[in-house]
Design a protein around this ligand. Structure first.
Ligand code: FMN
Length: 178
């Protein structure tokens, strides 16, 4: 692992705050693990997609995105401009492959909606199309890990923990390092 490879950029698209809360939780857990490992905690950064320049995405080696769905399968309002940037036809299929950007998407949705987790699913597929690799070798970059607000707390917790663990393993912060 090179020095820059131990960074983690956490982005979120949130309409009513839940995705932001999950992203913050991931950042806090990661920073705690960094401190325990004697690594600088500021290698983990947290940003709303509203304030992120999507054109800089390929410069980041490891990116975790927490994305809610709103409306009927829509992206949260603060993330729509970023999503439109990703949809540009001029972006090459190698856009995220050039520097080996690894990404993992966590979707927040509710299975009582027909368009369950549509935003996260569309996002993960588009990132795969643009050449991203998965952070966690056990999962497919084109498939988001989906949380369901209808599921019980234990099930949601277990899904979130497994997703976070895959990310922290890839950073060598917990045993099972790649
Ligand atoms: N979840 C889905 O999976 N698909 C939807 O189309 C969808 N539409 C929603 C529309 C509204 C008005 C609301 C309030 C929720 C909707 N949800 C949908 C559920 C949210 O994605 C879920 O509650 C999520 O945790 C919200 O995250 P946020 O607080 O970060 O916006």
């Amino acid at each position: 692992m090179s020095a820059s490879d131990d960074t983690l950029l956490i982005l979120y698209g949130s309409q009513t705050g839940t995705a932001a809360a999950h992203a913050t939780r991931l950042a806090m857990a990661g920073r705690r693990l960094c401190r325990q490992a004697g690594r600088p905690a500021d290698r983990i950064s947290l940003r709303s997609l509203e304030h992120f320049d999507m054109d800089t995405l390929p410069a980041h080696p490891r990116v975790a995105i927490v994305m809610a769905t709103t409306g009927a399968g829509e992206f949260p309002v603060p993330s729509r401009a970023a999503w439109r940037r990703l949809l540009r036809a001029s972006l090459p299929r190698t856009w995220l492959a050039a520097r080996g950007t690894r990404i993992s998407v966590l979707g927040l949705g509710d299975s009582s909606y027909k368009e369950f987790n549509f935003a996260a699913k569309k996002l993960a597929r588009r990132l795969a199309q643009l050449g991203a690799r998965s952070i966690d070798p056990a999962t497919d970059v084109a498939s988001a890990t989906c949380l369901d607000a209808r599921a019980g707390d234990d099930e949601q917790e277990a899904t979130f923990d497994a997703w976070a663990l895959g990310i922290f393993k890839s950073m060598g912060l917990v045993p099972g390092t790649e």
